[in-house]
Write a protein that binds this ligand. Sequence first.
Ligand SMILES: Nc1ncnc2c1ncn2[C@@H]1O[C@H](COP(=O)(O)OP(=O)(O)OP(=O)(O)O)[C@@H](O)[C@H]1O
Ligand SMILES: [Mg+2]
Length: 223
Amino acid sequence: MITFHDVSKIYRIGGVEVRALDRASMQIEEGEFVSIVGPSGSGKSTMMNIIGCLDMADEGTYTLDGQAIEAYSESELARIRNKKIGFIFQSFNLIGTMTAAENIELPLIYQGVPKNERKERVTEALSKVRLEGRGAHRPNELSGGQQQRVAIARAIATCPSLFLADEPTGNLDSKTGDEIMNLFHELHGQGNTIVLITHDDSVARQAKRSIHILDGQVKEVEA
Ligand SMILES: Nc1ncnc2c1ncn2[C@@H]1O[C@H](COP(=O)(O)OP(=O)(O)OP(=O)(O)O)[C@@H](O)[C@H]1O
Ligand SMILES: [Mg+2]
């Protein structure tokens, strides 16, 4: 489903060239639960931005669901992003003035999902993350773990082909982090593809497979 072939991302600052990704090649199949792990500055977020179509490779090819991403315009990329990818971030990225239910519903409004179906999908997503009854709460009325569950519900409601999470447990204590990891295990068990970015080996090991990166290079792909 995801194929990187010799993907490089090069930043040039004041004549100095930084290869944030350096001929990275890897493959992730549909239905896999994979972690991308490496130390700070190794290129994880750069890889996530390319996987999530938020940024483009300077060299090499990235293929998502059989489509070479390089061929697409900015507006087509935005469409692919909205339709195929459920993003989950370290800082939750919820809108503070909106309730949990409104946060979950918002991407569905952008997608043109009819109102009745939106309500159904919001209810179902809230129940999948076990936050029934919390739909009317605003983010500041929820714990960190609950906010991250709302963010995961927001991704679930869009029915993405890929869940892409960047340090989703980074702002949570270890017990709450484990609850979030359990949710990813459940989603994986239901057939979803999950890519989890982390610098934390103990989090990375919970995935079924880990892709290690160092200095922008894929070092090992461990089963
Ligand atoms: N916009 C940018 N301009 C210049 N250099 C950048 C830019 N973004 C990233 N880099 C450089 O690319 C390299 C990889 O950065 P990246 O953010 O992908 O690392 P990371 O693995 O996500 O690190 P962290 O764990 O700290 O988030 C680093 O050396 C970084 O300084
Ligand atoms: Mg990063």
